[in-house]
Design a protein around this ligand. Structure first.
Ligand SMILES: [Mg+2]
Length: 181
């Protein structure tokens, strides 16, 4: 994956931020919290699994990335299946996937995904939409040498991603950009 760079007004180069996406509890909530959600079935190992997806999420996330100069990436146990089963159903293109298979020790109370995200970002600022963030995850990220600025956006798994979460991300990314960060 190439790091994209944008020149600031003063000629300084800034590394583009990441927007990390979870699937279950974020794009696939536990209940149909708005009429926009469509029911789908995902077949895994011959067994059907229900999915609830809001097709407007793709447009909203692409607009967020475009307007703030950020790059979308999957941070989900769906891994590459997110590109096959989720992205096309909500209008997202193929996105980079945070690898979750590295054999990295996970401290107690830290979500295993957090350890892999810390390895992946390599100092790039990031927003992360997830329904499983806890204080231990924030502490782990703050203490990690390769993690720069970040914003964890907590999503209620019953409702999934909403306009308020997107606005929070947009405000943070816009403020960073206007500071020339
Ligand atoms: Mg989740």
């Amino acid at each position: 994956m190439a790091l994209t760079e944008a020149g600031g007004e003063d000629g300084a180069m800034a590394i583009s931020p990441l927007v990390l996406l979870d699937v279950d509890g974020v794009l696939n909530p536990s209940r149909r919290s708005s009429p926009r959600f469509r029911r789908h079935t995902y077949v895994l190992d011959g067994r059907p699994h229900p999915l609830l997806l809001d097709p407007s999420h793709g447009r909203a996330l692409l607009a967020l990335a475009r307007d703030t100069g950020a790059e979308l990436a999957w941070a989900t146990t769906w891994s590459e299946d997110a590109n096959r089963e989720i992205g096309p159903r909500i209008g997202l293109p193929l996105l980079p996937v945070v690898p979750l298979d590295a054999d990295t020790p996970v401290p107690a109370e830290v979500h295993p995904k957090t350890v892999h995200v810390a390895e992946y970002v390599r100092g790039r600022p990031f927003v992360w939409f997830d329904d499983n963030h806890g204080e231990a995850d924030r502490e782990y990220l703050r203490a990690h040498a390769d993690v720069g600025d970040f914003l964890l956006v907590d999503v209620d798994s019953r409702n999934g991603l909403g306009a308020g979460h997107l606005d929070t991300a947009r405000d943070w990314l816009t403020a960073r950009a206007s500071m020339g960060a």
